[in-house]
Design a protein around this ligand. Structure first.
Ligand SMILES: *Cc1c(COP(=O)(O)O)cnc(C)c1O
Length: 443
């Protein structure tokens, strides 16, 4: 069994995280429950920052908040010296409400609405990552209305795509994101950005994929981006002061996943940039990255209560838990794999293989196929590991299931950072038209 961060098995044979017995957490906060190992999140943040400090480069590590965006997480990111990426008005609002310094917020997205741009301009965020020509014009016009000049990066597609162990060098133009390097769209975007009076083009951004276990894709992207930067300087006389290489650093979900230490990715990117700068006499830029999953992913654990089971003789045993695709849509969305243990009997050897089903009305609502476990009984607690990223963030109310609570655990204490939704929360936005009302709807 692989335990992440502070997770261990205590004297009672219970899974413990952050010094908290998960059986006690289930009793106190109910299930399903997202548990975040705060020390592990902080450790990951520090690993990225310390790796940059060793390179001597100026840098920003921007937490991609889409992975898990709640106010306490924004506070934690600030405390750890991270910047913050947002991709919507909702994420921006969360960060601002949490008191995150606006100058360290970067705004992404391929369709920022005028309202969202207005919000970000009025909050005076640090930087817009401009995705397309429509946005370029809109942002310039809206900055002009406010008599402002705003920092921007151009999002470019460098023709490198990476996913886990595969990376491919393509002239891939077919993406909804960014300006294509090969076709000349990126050069045209530079020309337009420099011509506009209210945009300060400080650099470029690329994001090559997710759950990447190799440095090669980042190295290739860094080379392509540096070539582009050198071209831009020759052609337009503009020197970039920021190169942003996005996120996508892999984590260990299941056996066989072999992520590199954060420092290895950082070192490879830094080496490629420094080498290219030396070769071309380019002034060393600031390097930014945007880890999401690799900051919070393995620090998260979801605790469920086992309910029913069903054995189909000679085929398989289904064990159902009190959550499912509503709190973790990743297995249903893209076949994501997870590991899990019985939190209340974590020492017992596995003796059967079961498949873990959620409680939603979808056959596809399966969390884990073929999981070895001790004999499972109703009332047991199942802990699914590595659910810190893209779980709460993607949770839904399908079947009107309330979203779980989230707790941060640390040094034996658990702090509630998101309350469990109630049934009344679920109906709180519903309205019944006057003509359909009956007397006693209030029960
Ligand atoms: C999703 C995304 C990230 C974060 O990706 P992870 O795989 O969670 O590290 C960073 N930057 C951009 C632009 C993204 O779209």
């Amino acid at each position: 069994m692989f335990l992440h961060g502070t997770a261990r098995i205590n004297d009672k044979g219970h899974l413990e995280i952050g010094g908290c017995d998960t059986v006690d957490l289930a009793r106190e906060f109910g299930t399903p429950l997202y548990i975040v190992d705060e020390a592990l999140v902080r450790q990951r943040a520090r690993e990225f920052r310390e790796a940059f400090e060793r390179t001597g480069l100026r840098f920003q590590v921007a937490y991609a908040s889409k992975a898990f965006c709640v106010m306490a997480m924004c506070r934690l990111a600030e405390e750890e010296g991270l910047s913050l990426d947002v991709v919507s008005g909702g994420e921006l609002h969360t960060a601002l409400k949490a008191g995150f310094p606006p100058e360290r917020i970067h705004f992404h997205g391929n369709n920022k609405t005028p309202d969202e741009i207005a919000m970000a301009l009025d909050a005076e965020i640090g930087c817009f990552v401009v995705d397309n020509f429509v946005e370029l014009m809109l942002l310039d016009a809206m900055a002009a209305e406010r008599g402002r000049r705003v920092n921007m990066l151009l999002r470019v597609t460098p023709g490198v795509e990476a996913h886990t162990h595969d990376f491919i060098a393509t002239g891939k133009q077919d993406s909804k994101f960014g300006f294509d390097l090969e076709s000349g769209a990126a050069h045209e975007a530079v020309r337009q950005a420099l011509e506009r009076g209210h945009l300060e083009l400080i650099g470029v951004h690329s994001h090559i994929g997710s759950q990447i276990f190799e440095v090669e894709g980042f190295r290739m992207a860094a080379e392509k981006i540096m070539n582009f930067a050198v071209d831009v300087r020759e052609k337009w006389g503009r020197t970039f002061s920021v190169l942003n290489f996005g996120g996508g650093f892999g984590i260990r979900y299941v056996e066989g996943d072999r992520p590199l230490p954060p420092g290895t990715y950082v070192q490879a990117i830094a080496d490629a940039v420094i080498t290219a700068c030396k070769a071309s006499g380019y002034p060393l830029p600031e390097v930014w990255i945007e880890p999401g999953r690799s900051i919070v992913g393995d620090a998260g654990t979801t605790l469920y209560t086992v309910g029913t089971y069903k054995e189909i003789s000679g085929i398989r045993k289904y064990v159902a838990v009190d959550g499912g695709m509503t709190d973790n849509p990743r297995p249903a969305l893209y076949g994501a794999k997870y590991e899990a243990v019985l939190a209340n009997r974590a020492n017992e050897p596995a003796s059967e293989t079961v498949s873990v089903a959620g409680k939603c009305c979808e056959s596809g609502d399966m969390l884990i196929w073929d999981l070895p476990l001790p004999p499972v009984k109703p009332g047991d607690l199942l802990a699914v590991f590595c659910t810190g990223a893209y779980n709460y963030a993607m949770a839904s109310n399908y079947n009107r299931i309330p979203r779980p609570a989230v707790v941060f655990v640390r040094d034996g204490a658990a702090d509630l950072v998101v309350a469990r939704e109630t049934y009344d929360d679920i109906v709180s936005l519903d309205r019944i038209p006057e003509r359909m009302r009956k007397q006693a709807v209030n029960r």
